[in-house]
Write a protein that binds this ligand. Sequence first.
Ligand code: GLU
Length: 327
Amino acid sequence: MHKLFSRVALTVLGLGMAIMPMNVASAKTTFITIGTGGITGVYYPTGGAIAKIINERFDQLQIKATAEATGASIFNINAVHSGDLDFGIAQADSQYLAYNGQGEWQGKPVKDLRAVFSLAPEMITFVVAEDSNIKKLEDVKGKVINIGNPGSGNRQNAIDIFNAMGINYEKDFKAESLKAADAPRMLQDGRIDGFFYTVGHPNGNIKEATAGMRKTRIVAIPEIKALFENFPYYSLDTIDMTAYPEATNAKDGKVTTVGMKATFITSANVPDEVVYNITKAIFENIEELRTLHPALANLTKEGMIQGLTAPLHPGAEKYYKEVGLIK
Ligand code: GLU
């Protein structure tokens, strides 16, 4: 019985190897994990797209990549630092704060944090129920607003905005700490009046929030002087409302808000060769990357080396020099 089993097993293995001679993990295989965000955001499909491009080239790279759903930017930076993740996606502002030991990382700079490339822009997105009567930021007083889970980057963004406006997020309204993936349902169920999500567009989360029975709108975030003066990484941007036709202010076309870039990060402890191979695979296949999620459609090679604040990982730097993207 045992003999029969092993013969069958060997045959199956043999057949498998004949069909895909190289596509099995071996002692040489490097396994990497990529931390993303909630499954309805843009980080999760972006991490999946990066993993797909890597895994499709297993024969050349000998790398197997997996993208994991996580609490997002801050969680990913901390997990890359501790070695629980090899790569992660994080907002450019979180990258800056972590490397420089500010905000969340006050007095504890993450000196081994390394930038690999940047991704699509993200915008601070403030979705509210029409019946909450919130038309501008000041109207949040007395309302229930989700500012995001502690591992997220968007939580700090909401806090920065309210601080810059002189609104106390601990007193002037009820700030919830829900994960982004849960916020649209909570809004539709009437449990919250609105939520903040710093995210690329279009995405499933804001579609879900705006397409339900309870009517919703996206509130503009104006140019707040104190915000731009204090934080170099914020810039004005707009949300294209064509992605959210059911929002009550869809006819506005574009809604002004504050944005920054999403970035792909790693640790100085990840070997140069691994980072080099991944960077090269992604840059050489940027056309494929652009097709894997609509929020990635406008990526350019030149744009992907901008917006980075932590030092470049030497593996990525080697590739950019080789192709002349940097000197
Ligand atoms: N920018 C969000 C954060 O780090 C995550 C966005 C996403 O998952 O697409 O908090």
